[in-house]
Design a protein around this ligand. Structure first.
Ligand SMILES: Nc1ncnc2c1ncn2[C@@H]1O[C@H](COP(=O)(O)OP(=O)(O)OP(=O)(O)O)[C@@H](O)[C@H]1O
Ligand SMILES: [Mg+2]
Length: 421
């Protein structure tokens, strides 16, 4: 048995609520509710009532599918509204005793004591590695001897107004926000292999409104960020250049779109009906691909600019893992390869079972990752808080039987839809 949890992925184009059981090696999906998102733009709330109603429908669908009444959930947050920095903190170890959890906490407190930007609050504090005297890069120094303990952390703070607005929308759906989880960390959790995380890899979650970035090295996260370019901008370009309504441009993109013009036969055409024209006109698929390629090239160049500015260039031997709905465009891997000059692959959630078929798409990486990472963060916080209280080293999570903490507020109330008479 695993832990029953709920995640609500609030994207720019879709809301996805998942009820699942997080087990040691997989996530068992009990129910899903997907609903088009309204009242969101580039990961930001633009209309509380509209978004609240979209979340409500998504939650109700997941309730009907799973048979559970949802009281609380982990909620995704676009990396567009965050500030992420690496910070280290130091503490002395008195006497000749072993390092205990209170020492770790003191070092972490020192690392998080950085001035926050106005209107921002701390969201994630992720210890990356420890240095104990001359020993560098220790994963866990508990029980070791030393005099000077340093921790390197990745700190993510988020705009308080963005958090409160999202919280308000989720509460309108009758759900309490258990914790926010930043998108690309959730996606990274389900699409990366341990080898990739250890060697150095970048996750790009190409969504509708934004592309969220996370860099993992030595098994932990080193960089989180976003660029404000996503699939909707590609569709807007197509709509603009071909004089098509947005919905038709989206349909054209999904049916004929390709990010790599080198793969397209120059003679191939498709029919469309532009604004104000009576007759269908023919468009070259190559021209469509050139429109898409221009925006996608810009996207990858913007990402590279971030990588170079943050000094990660040349440090990512495992390359880039593309996910998010935008990565479904054919040709993305080749263009990523060409522009960013690193290995690339497109990935979707792995290790899911139960009602999981519709989630096996890059568009649902954040939605699935949210369950597992939210729970891991919760357990980590609880363990640290307990250990601090008891002033003794925390137990390893596998000693506690299952995942350690009961997540209340979700109650089996009725039969799932497909089991009802
Ligand atoms: N088969 C496909 N081919 C090309 N593009 C696709 C395909 N399926 C989805 N997309 C694009 O993916 C985008 C939506 O991706 P996704 O569902 O990951 O976004 P989101 O989570 O709602 O938004 P965000 O994370 O940016 O807030 C849309 O722009 C859509 O056009
Ligand atoms: Mg998304």
């Amino acid at each position: 048995m695993g832990e029953l949890v709920v995640g609500i992925d609030i994207g720019t184009t879709k809301i996805c609520t998942i009820v699942g059981e997080v087990r040691a090696n997989d996530t068992y999906i009990l129910g899903i509710g997907v609903e088009p998102a309204r009242g969101m733009r580039k990961g930001m709330v633009t209309d509380v009532d509209l978004l609240g109603a979209s979340i409500s429908s998504s939650v109700h669908k997941a309730e009907r599918a799973s048979g559970y009444e949802i009281g609380r959930a982990f909620v995704s947050l676009s990396a567009n509204h965050i500030l992420a920095i690496n910070s280290s903190g130091m503490t002395g170890i008195s006497g000749t005793r072993e390092v205990d959890v209170t020492d770790l906490e003191r070092a972490i407190e020192a690392a998080r004591a950085v001035p926050l930007s106005h209107g921002f609050e701390m969201l994630h504090i992720m210890p990356r590695r420890y240095n104990l005297d001359e020993h560098k890069g220790i994963r866990s120094p508990l029980g070791m001897h030393g005099f000077r303990l340093e921790v390197e952390t990745h700190l993510i703070s988020a705009s308080s107004t963005s958090l409160r607005n999202l919280e308000k929308c989720v509460e309108k759906a009758g759900v309490y926000v258990d914790r926010f989880v930043v998108n690309p960390l959730a996606s990274g959790d389900v699409v990366l292999t341990q080898t990739e995380r250890e060697s150095g890899v970048m996750v790009l979650d190409i969504g509708g409104g934004t592309t969220d970035i996370a860099i993992f090295m030595e098994g932990t996260v080193w960089y989180t960020g976003a660029v404000p370019v996503g699939g909707q901008l590609v569709t807007s370009d197509i709509a603009h250049v071909l004089s098509l309504p947005f919905d038709l441009a989206e349909a054209v993109k999904l049916e004929f779109g390709h990010a790599d013009p080198r793969e397209i036969n120059a003679l191939e055409t498709f029919p469309v009906q532009p604004f104000g024209e009576e007759k269908l006109s023919k468009v070259k698929r190559y021209d469509l691909s050139m429109i898409i390629n221009a925006r996608i090239t810009e996207l990858f160049e913007l990402v590279m600019r971030e990588i170079v500015a943050s000094d990660f260039e040349g440090l990512l031997p495992a390359g880039v893992v593309l996910t998010g709905g935008g990565s479904l465009l054919p040709g993305m891997k080749a263009v990523a390869n060409q522009v960013m000059k690193m290995p690339a692959r497109v990935a979707q959630p792995e290790n899911i079972s139960g009602m999981a078929d519709s989630l096996r798409s890059p568009a649902y990486s954040t939605s699935v990752g949210l369950l597992r990472l939210g729970l891991i963060m919760d357990i980590e916080d609880t363990r640290r808080a307990n250990a601090r209280r008891e002033n003794r080293p925390p137990r390893a999570s596998n000693e506690s039987g299952s995942f350690g903490k009961f997540l209340g507020g979700i109650v089996k109330r009725f039969l799932p839809e497909d089991e009802s008479p």
